[in-house]
Ligand binder design. Structure first.
Ligand code: NAD
Length: 353
């Protein structure tokens, strides 16, 4: 049994589905169901006795302690977070509450649980914290990619709150001996991605005939990893990662945002051409840049490749094609997360329960 937090969000839900597809070990999935959490993401495992969904907050110590005591997990994988940089600029408070205070409370509950475990279970226990490359700050075009030894220089409220959580995780290992692992991953993309983030926003807006807003000059560079490859990296780190270590996870796919948007447009031109025959690229509109926008992130993933033998299965070309196709095949999912019908659906699930 493992306890996953934030398992109704984009990466967490992909992870839960991936986990259950790769073995029989059950999952308790604790998620607050903020705007970013979506039970539709987990529809394919509805009724699967290996998956127990619990709506709740990682900062609710009594709830977390009860779940740990009842289910006796051998590991906690912490995805739960406020994750959108733009939202963190307009309202940082929730980011501090969940990413910093929430992680602190989860660590404390994990520590008390772990300390009371019998010796063999104690040795096997792991707390895996899922984090981001944004904690390292920004790179100049000629700088080498981020290694695990790079200084922490977070620039947004989001990345600062994730950096704080990474430091807490590190300290809980060094001070209390909690067997932690941390992964710092680059930008994920793939199915189930909430359409406030770049790639799903572009797909959804393009199909709706809306403008495709690109920040500034569109030359901000990010590394991109298909979400299922992130899931396989987390499984691998959980299985074989060295306690107390951090592992950078990335796809060796550095691309400027504008190239991503043009690639999405070209795929849509091929797979779902506009009725007037023009390219979706005509809908691209440059908008005022985000304040403090980091110019470049790049991940050096050699440590996880060398130590744990992990490599991504998808190239950017194969992953982005699968992603665009998934959005074309799942208009119901998109409509639900956009219209608020999803919220009504969740309310009904709970009324019925
Ligand atoms: P997301 O916003 O899609 O999902 C976050 C989930 O956490 C949601 O289901 C939400 O309901 C839940 N949640 C929020 N606050 C909670 C709380 N207090 N208690 C319990 N659940 C809560 O985010 P995501 O993109 O899936 O990211 C998951 C994790 O991976 C985050 O920690 C993020 O920092 C990290 N990460 C994301 C990316 C990326 O590209 N998306 C890259 C690297 C790392």
């Amino acid at each position: 049994m493992i306890l996953v937090t934030g398992g109704a969000g984009f990466i967490g839900a992909n992870f839960v589905l991936d986990w259950l597809a790769h073995g029989d070990e059950p999952v308790v999935n604790l998620d607050k169901l903020t705007y970013a959490g979506n039970l539709h993401n987990l529809q394919s495992v509805q009724g699967d006795t290996r998956h127990l969904f619990v709506q709740g907050d990682i900062g609710d110590t009594a709830l977390v302690e009860r779940l740990l005591a009842e289910h006796r997990p051998r590991a906690i994988v912490n995805f739960a977070a406020e994750s959108h940089v733009d939202r963190s600029i307009h309202g940082p408070e929730d980011f501090i509450q969940t990413n910093v205070v929430g992680t602190f409370r989860l660590l404390e509950a994990a520590r008390h649980y772990w300390q009371a475990l019998p010796a063999t279970d104690k040795e096997a226990f792991r707390f895996l914290h899922v984090s981001t490359d944004e904690v390292y700050g920004t790179l100049a075009p000629s700088d080498p990619a981020f290694t695990e030894a790079h200084n922490y220089e977070p620039n947004s409220p989001y990345s600062a709150s994730k950096a704080a959580s990474d430091h807490l995780v590190r300290a809980w290992h060094h001070t209390y001996g909690l067997p932690v692992l941390t992964t710092n991953c680059s930008n994920n993309y793939g199915p189930l991605h909430f359409p406030e983030k770049l790639i799903p926003l572009m797909i959804v807006n393009a199909l709706a005939g809306k403008s495709l807003p690109v920040y500034g000059d569109g030359m901000q560079v990010r590394d991109w990893l298909y979400v299922k490859d992130h899931c396989s990296a987390i499984r691998r780190v959980l299985q074989a990662g060295r306690v107390g270590q951090t592992y950078n996870v990335g796809g060796w796919n550095e691309k400027p945002n504008i190239d991503i948007v043009k690639t999405v447009c070209a795929l849509l031109d091929e797979l779902r051409p506009r009725s007037d025959g023009h390219s979706y690229a005509q809908q691209i509109t440059y908008v005022q840049d985000r304040p403090g926008h980091d110019r470049r992130y790049a991940i050096d993933a050699r440590k996880i490749e060398r130590e744990l033998g992990w490599t991504p299965a998808e190239t950017f070309d194969t992953g982005i094609r699968k992603t665009v196709q998934w959005y074309l095949d799942n208009p119901g999912w998109v409509a639900n997360v956009q219209t608020g019908a999803y919220r009504d659906w969740v309310a009904k699930q709970y009324e019925a329960a």
